[in-house]
Design a binder for this molecule. Structure first.
Ligand code: ADP
Ligand code: MG
Length: 378
């Protein structure tokens, strides 16, 4: 494959914040950008040369995206597999729909991790009532999750016994689901890994804290042992290679209280926990996505400074009132604010993020806590 260079046009499925930050990275280098996104006022709009307003499975829209783009990628895992397969027939498209498909279903995803020799939580498929009856009591307490379309803790119910499991499955409309044994978590961590035709490159392992199922903060790098970090890096390289994946991939791991390292899930795109790379690394995860799909040399992933990223959800825009940015931007010289230009704030909606940078992680934690107070959080 030739190298794709500016001013060729890079296409992306979706127009949300991940497409926006991808477009900014691509345009900075000098590429043109085409997005396919039904929402006319989407976050990526301002940075797209071409905005194809179309459903994700509309052939005319897909043809139009392919016509403009030398190479196409995606900002979300639920781009219909058929659409991605269709685009592959028309132009270069990465990652391949076969790799994306593995990440779209929690059963295939965990089975794949296991096939790479990487452990996961114990899990069982739940497709019928008799599957429930056959669950051994040692699986409880457990979490029932829909196999597909779950995110930010949605489509998940905790259960303690068979009766609760039956009830929970009904709550999830009896769709095909996965039952996972609960594990006691010491840390939740993730890693971004990229692969081009010739190379694989990892970012540092980072630690994530979730609130109400949504990512709250990411600490870079994770405060874990060198041995664990090296194991996770190696696992990420094995996963991306075996998936024959081109692009950027986010992988979440659990580290349990007993020291087990379990792969949880992966996202075939830039990941919320990789946003710190915009400000703290030599190459951002979005530039890395560009480099990977354009068959350029992968960028250096060195972390210049420690960082903590805080997600900014719609909850801090009560009645769409602007948060007190003056108090934050007027106070700190080490903070980077990123707002996604979403017109309407709703509770739980990702509106932006900010990152604080510096050597001393305990100072960064203290700053994040101060900033949370200023924003009316905690
Ligand atoms: P999502 O797609 O919503 O991010 P996850 O599988 O990552 O789904 O689950 C969301 C969160 O729920 C995890 O980040 C973790 O905090 C918790 N969780 C999920 N599965 C387990 C488990 N088996 N044991 C303990 N906690 C879990
Ligand atoms: Mg998750």
């Amino acid at each position: 494959m030739d190298k794709i260079i500016p001013p060729q046009c890079l296409g992306i499925m979706g127009g949300g914040q991940l497409a926006r930050m991808f477009a900014i990275a691509a345009k900075q280098i000098g590429y043109k950008v085409a997005i396919l996104e039904p929402d006319e006022n989407c976050p990526a709009k301002l940075f797209a040369n071409y905005h194809i307003v179309s459903k994700y499975d509309d052939k005319i829209g897909l043809d139009n995206l392919a016509k403009h783009s030398t190479v196409i990628t995606t900002e979300f895992e639920n781009a219909p597999a058929e659409s991605m397969a269709y685009l592959e027939q028309k132009t270069l498209t990465f990652p391949k729909h076969t790799a994306i498909a593995v990440t779209q279903n929690r059963i295939t995803e965990k089975t794949f991790f296991n096939s790479c020799g990487i452990k996961t939580t114990m899990f069982r498929e739940i497709n019928t009532l008799s599957d429930i009856a056959q669950i051994n009591t040692d699986m409880f307490p457990a979490i029932l999750k829909t196999n597909t379309l779950g995110y930010d803790g949605k489509g998940q119910v905790k259960v303690n016994d068979h009766a609760e499991l039956e009830q929970a499955w009904e709550t999830l409309s009896q769709v095909p689901s996965i039952l996972e044994k609960m594990v006691a978590l010491a840390h939740e961590v993730s890693i971004m890994v990229a692969r081009s035709q010739n190379e694989i490159s990892c970012y540092p392992v980072v630690e994530n804290v979730h609130v109400n199922g949504i990512l709250d903060i990411t600490v870079a790098p994770a405060q874990i042992s060198k041995g664990i970090a090296e194991y996770i890096e190696q696992a990420a390289k094995t996963i991306i290679d075996k998936l024959d994946y081109i692009g950027i991939l986010g992988i979440e791991f659990f580290i349990t209280e007993t020291g087990e390292i379990l792969a949880n899930e992966m996202a075939p795109r830039p990941h919320n926990s990789g946003h710190y790379t915009l400000d703290a690394c030599m190459t951002s995860q979005f530039e890395q996505q560009v480099r990977a799909i354009c068959n350029l040399k992968l960028g250096n992933t060195r972390l210049f400074t420690n960082a903590i990223m805080l997600n900014l959800l719609g909850d801090i825009w009560p009645e769409n009132k602007t948060p007190p940015w003056d108090k934050i931007l007027g106070k700190y010289d080490n903070i980077k604010l990123h707002l996604y230009d979403k017109a309407e704030a709703r509770p739980g909606r990702k509106m932006g993020h900010l990152t604080v940078l510096g050597d001393d992680i305990s100072i960064l934690y203290a700053q994040i806590n101060e900033i949370k107070l200023l924003l009316g959080l905690n």
